[in-house]
Design a protein around this ligand. Structure first.
Ligand code: SF4
Length: 351
């Protein structure tokens, strides 16, 4: 902890999003960045708590206070090393993680936690800019071969760790590109796909093999995999949407979120679809059922496709805007709040 009075002297400052009128006109990332001085100030707000609740709440057990201190000392290489010691992809989590670390940060008692997620994204982007993130050659191979089925974040993390342990890893993906939900489930305005490609290039250099259009059990036999590999890891998503078997479900114009989002991500990539295939919200009154992250992504995509109106419906009550005394972490926030924030912005521009 570089500055013991950091959180007393410096207020939380978020980088914020690009102005609404700009960002709804394209599919570029919405989040902005802070300047260097502000970012270091934000890291200095971390108190290096004796009991770092942020670390406990983080699904990757990130050593958060340690890399905040490295940011404060402007040692971006060290900060990135600490980050990557528990997480293969800080550039993904720094962009799209709902940040339970911040909800559990001691400073959130006063609703101004350390900007942990943004700090994470800054560290890894600086580390890439300065050339600290390079392919790590594997010194010794074990001779063991592992097949990983599925190339989403879980499959890629497993691939990274097993490859670094010396095993020869091949990742099999059913789709036409690597990344799973990162590639096709998350819109470009939250995660630009060059961020995935940049990491994949390093993995290829490190020796991981990727195979696309491999539908195990359909055009690739599981028995063949068993013969060729010493171990097989299943890292597949369910890809089974929750349907609503209610009256009118079979009417036209009703789509599952993933079909809608995936197609838009492909369009951003440059793919073309016929009029019959295209799922477009342009000029339509859109209803999004579901208020989680995926619902939010559908709202953002519909707005960018120039929907006439967008209405989002959520089963649960609207969560409180701020943490309340009777409702501390881990009970708050028990619902992600991205959708309501975006909906507020949509109303702001009069859609
Ligand atoms: S809980 Fe907050 S202030 Fe404490 S160590 Fe974690 S990030 Fe720093």
């Amino acid at each position: 902890m570089g500055n013991p009075k950091g959180f007393l002297e410096i207020k939380r400052k978020e980088a914020g999003y690009r102005p609404v009128r700009d960002r709804i006109g394209d599919f570029g990332e919405v989040e902005q960045t802070l300047n260097l001085e502000d970012r270091i100030d934000q890291a200095s707000r971390c108190m290096d708590c004796g009991i770092p609740f942020c670390h406990w709440a983080c699904p990757t057990s990130s050593k958060i206070p340690e890399w905040q201190d490295a940011i404060y000392r402007e040692n971006w290489e060290e900060a990135a090393q600490i980050l990557q010691s528990t997480n293969s992809f800080p550039e993904f989590t720094g962009r799209v993680c709902p940040a339970p670390c911040e909800k559990s940060c001691v400073l959130s008692l006063h609703n101004s936690p350390v900007t942990i997620r943004e700090n994470e994204a800054s560290v890894i982007e600086k580390a890439f800019d300065y050339g600290y993130i390079k392919a790590r050659p594997v010194a010794k191979r074990t001779g063991k071969k592992v097949a990983i089925i599925g190339s989403g974040p879980a499959g890629l993390s497993v691939a990274d760790l097993l490859n670094q342990a010396g095993h020869s890893v091949t990742v099999f993906e059913r789709d036409d590109a690597i990344g799973g939900l990162l590639r096709y489930g998350i819109p470009d305005f939250k995660l630009d796909k060059h961020v995935i490609d940049r990491r994949l290039e390093l993995f290829v250099e490190e020796g991981i093999e990727f195979k696309t259009n491999q539908d195990i059990g359909v055009n690739v036999s599981f028995a063949d995999l068993e013969k060729e590999y010493d171990a097989i890891c299943l890292a597949i998503g369910a890809m089974k949407p929750r349907d609503l078997p209610i009256e009118g479900r079979d009417l036209s114009g009703i789509h599952f979120a993933m079909d809608f989002l995936k197609q838009q991500n492909k369009v951003v990539r440059g793919d073309e679809f016929s009029k019959q295939e295209r799922i477009s919200a342009k000029g339509k009154n859109v209803v999004v059922i579901g208020g989680g992250d995926t619902g939010s992504d559908c709202v953002g995509t519909s707005v960018r496709q120039k929907a006439k109106s967008v209405l989002q419906i959520e089963l649960l009550p609207k969560p409180p805007a701020e943490r309340e005394e009777h409702n501390p972490w881990p009970y708050w926030p028990n619902t992600l709040r991205t959708s309501s924030l975006i909906w507020k912005d949509v109303k702001d521009v009069g859609l």
